[in-house]
Design a protein around this ligand. Sequence first.
Ligand code: GTP
Ligand code: MG
Length: 328
Amino acid sequence: MSEGAALEKKRYECLEDLEIGSAMSKKLRELGLHTVENLAMTTPKELEQAGINKKSAKNLIQKARLCMPLPFIRGDELVKMRQNILRLTTGSNMLDKLLDGGIESQSITEFYGEYGSGKSQICHQLCVNVQLPLEQGGLDGAALYIDTENTFRTERIFQMAKNVGLDPEEAIKNIIFAEAFTSDHQMFLLENADKVIKENKVRLIIVDSLTSHFRSEYIGREMLAERQQKLNKHMHRLIKLARGFNAVAVVTNQVMSKPDVFFGDAIHPVGGHIVAHTSHTRVFLRKSARGPVRIARLVSSPRLPEGEGVFKITERGIENVNENDSEN
Ligand code: GTP
Ligand code: MG
């Protein structure tokens, strides 16, 4: 094993491997820190709150950070990475245009919005589109679908596949499905996805929804830090897979309204800063007054301007809106 790989392995290992004594390990575990990576990402202040003195807190974190792989890469390597980026069509011209040609590989794209806004429908459509050849906006690959809300429907895949000219019986075989029962299980699935991704030529990884389990399991302020740390780890795992396999990573997210906000946006995606900073591209979906028509707003992107576009959800899947889709 190379030195890098050995360090990488240690990153997800238990705190006890740092040889900091069993009493200290126990104390850290009580704070919700279980792995070397957890400790590396914490702050001395958090440790001080658990009665660890400032100097020891700093030393502990430093020790953990030394086990993390170096985050530096050369600029030219970055250029090479970006040249390989592929784009996956959503099935809607306007949505594709908003995203400069489709959803990028090697980074995370988040769709957030209220119930029925079309998040899961887009995910279904992407599972079909990814199988198309590159000339048709696909990635000539398979999809991995992690479903946390039991909303994946094979019937929808059949309908959508038929509509893009794929054999539905073949299309369904190219979707690897896993239902996540808890947030821990969700993390476990992604942590162990390498093999299945490689063996099946997976080019699209979906987590629908990213936050629902975390939101229902970690309730109250005292659990917030632990929840955020786990979400952070989960998202980083996803980025790593997306980069490693040149795959598109899509997550969905629910929204919550902030009744105390009088000006500006009262609707926010769940997940706070961690999800905001690790989702490279964020798209807000909302319903419109025109039945099946949905409005997509590009809210944040590292290089594209904000903007809006419309698409519609029909029996055939995600489609362009045309003039006949009048107000109803
Ligand atoms: P939550 O997961 O509940 O937060 O919502 P979501 O954003 O994932 O919603 P989803 O993508 O499941 O969208 C559901 C909506 O898509 C429905 O309310 C319908 O309007 C539309 N839809 C789903 N299936 C069909 C279909 O077969 N035909 C048509 N015409 N519309 C459909
Ligand atoms: Mg959904």
